[in-house]
Write a protein that binds this ligand. Sequence first.
Ligand SMILES: Cc1cc2nc3c(=O)[nH]c(=O)nc-3n(C[C@H](O)[C@H](O)[C@H](O)COP(=O)(O)O)c2cc1C
Length: 202
Amino acid sequence: MKLLHIDSSVLGPHSVSRQVSAAIVDRLRQATPALDIVYRDLTQTPLAHLSGSHLAVAQGAPAPAELAPDLAASAAALDEFLAADVVVIGAPMYNFTIPSQLKAWIDRVLVAGKTFSYGANGPQGLAGGKRVIVAISRGGYYGADTPLAVLEHLETYLRGVFGFMGIQNPEFVIADGIQVGPEHREKAIAGALQAATSLRAA
Ligand SMILES: Cc1cc2nc3c(=O)[nH]c(=O)nc-3n(C[C@H](O)[C@H](O)[C@H](O)COP(=O)(O)O)c2cc1C
């Protein structure tokens, strides 16, 4: 069984989402020792934003030589995702949504004909067999009854993206209120780490 572990926080060792995503992977590794794990750090090895020439090649135009590294990076990201049975993602909230590094990755894996297609009945997800677990960290609180709920475009966005690919039940391990104060931060991290230990085996 293959597990793809992705981190996207720019805060390195100070990152909460990295701490929680690592705890999730540890839990799954202990429960399923033979797990084949691939790690991708989207800040150490960032994917470029999509370019016009990349899209032209995707439409069948000849590939210019200078685009070869970009095309290879794109293919590697997509192949890793397609090969994974389980995907664990560290996703901090930056300005109400995912970091741009994670968006650049989504742009490489949300690909027509690979992870979704358009048919007679509209869009159809092609990646439905995967399990996705997202470690979310947010500075504030975004529950349905909070004033900021309307600005929650992280969890809702990722639910939409993975649902579009046919992954209807992504799991979320959430640390909220990280910037509210030290007590909130400690409680949120402890709660998320505890939740990680209760995840079902891979
Ligand atoms: C650039 C930046 C933007 C942020 N924007 C938000 C935000 O819009 N809403 C929020 O609740 N917290 C925001 N925060 C706080 C982070 O969500 C919080 O610190 C979280 O723990 C970040 O995850 P990380 O520690 O894994 O990087 C922001 C932090 C940074 C560095």
